[in-house]
Design a protein around this ligand. Sequence first.
Ligand code: ATP
Ligand code: MG
Length: 572
Amino acid sequence: MRYSELLLPTLKENPAEAEVVSHRLLLRAGFIRKLTSGVYSYLPLGLAAIRRVENIVREEMNRAGAQELLLPMVQPAELWRESGRWAKYGPELLRFSDRHQRESCLGPTHEEVITDLVRMNVHSYRDLPLNLYQVQTKFRDEIRPRFGLMRGREFIMKDGYSFDADEAGAEITYKKMYDAYQRIFKRCGLKFRAVEADTGSIGGSFSHEFMVLADTGEDTIVACRGCDYAANLEKAAGTEPEKDDVALLELEKVATPGKKKVDDVCSFLGITPENLVKTMIYIADDAPVAVLVRGDHEVQEVKLANLTGAVDVRLATDDEINAHTGVPAGFLGPVDLNVPLYADREVMAMANFVVGGGAADIHLKNVNPGRDFTPEAVADLRTVTVADRCPRCGAEFDFVRGIEVGHIFKLGTSYSDAMKARFLDRDGREQVFVMGCYGIGVSRIVAAAIEQNHDDDGMIFPLPLAPFKVALLNLALKDEEVTAACEKLYDDLEAAGIEVLYDDRNERPGIKFKDADLIGLPYRLVLGKKFPESGGIEVRTRRGESFSLPYDGAVKIIAERIAGELAATMAD
Ligand code: ATP
Ligand code: MG
């Protein structure tokens, strides 16, 4: 492509609205333009990068036996009523009515539509397993669209759905998708990690998120230093606590006037938060529940939601606490509490600790589970900390930041049950399909690649995702010999299958260098005034390696280097 003919509106200044580096650089380098909140146009280079991702995704999905189709973006409300999600999905679902007052939505995801398609068209175990995917624009009315392509309202997703005859089949399909995802992100040239994610009511280790590692990521990954255990913060668990073997002391009431906060109570009583247990009131859907965690621990709401089966879990307000328990906030305790009580498993291993006294300005000392209160259930209900150790090997955890670019999930029969999607098994009996779903944030990957790979001058594209592999800079446009050499090199590179952005603009060298750095193509080839004399091409990789190549044979050497780099991203 000739730069002079390309729609590539680069900006000199940093756009004020962009808070993260990928957003800034995508705007500055002319890859995207905002139409309205969370909705972007992809300009030629932005689209080229997206296409690179799509191609890798398609190749690996097809290789894993999945078939591509394309489902409608507009979805009728009836299907969502059948699955029960019309009521549950909330305001992220953009709903509207057509001229006949039929309710519809714009697809944020396609479980309903695909389940409907399959139940209408697949009737026998002989047609299974079936794995279907699409690459499509999704719409989610995100509460806070931000960071450009990282969290848009309209974005491009690959979503896939599998249908198996039984659990065992679904697990094999899941493993195939896990392997395909490993290959996809490796081929994108990204540093990433697969982490165990929350499975809600499904259970088992059948949900993984694929995280691109970047300091600016919104998600926290808990990764073991000693083995390959990694989980997202909602799911990560430490080792099982061991019970202190100490004599139980007698329960004691102490006055703690005005001491509501953990730190205040601790300094007043001369104890540490490890000797105190907090009683937190949550509203799980509409019902109040109490959760006990150690003073220095935090309740993990996703774990609490799983235990209670609630869809929505939130902290109660002070007024709600008072209304439900009759106790002022700050003085709650588990003894004689009148709401369902759940305890983090750590609490059950503690002895002789302090809790709120169940009345203003009072705390209790030497409280012991079993003797002084009995929770309805005990579970791992807290977020891990740096003090926790790996549940598999006992090593320390690293907490690193990541960007979620993919998510695979064994759905089980939740959709096929709700939507009565059935087939006939070998014995002629009706069975429901066992499903899985597999998402990849195609447009988000481009942003994540930049978050992970950039410097002060611009983007540093991983070779497999770069819109062009080579930037060819002609710094002496008026010199006929240089221009002729550039034109030929441009043709020869393209003929060798290497995408080239040929900067043939009538611009100063400084501007060409700046723009090339900003766009971040892996190889920069420069021919300038000195070329007729030297006969050499100055090569610089975007990661900073410089060398010169004789004009003759340069294409072959560049082509070999690129082929070698791409080969290294392919799994063995
Ligand atoms: P998040 O927690 O980031 O909102 P999600 O759990 O809602 O993601 P999924 O429903 O699993 O995401 O969607 C599959 C993939 O689509 C995600 O892994 C992510 O890469 C991408 N994705 C989700 N929401 C957005 C968005 N608003 N903008 C861009 N990509 C997105
Ligand atoms: Mg989301």
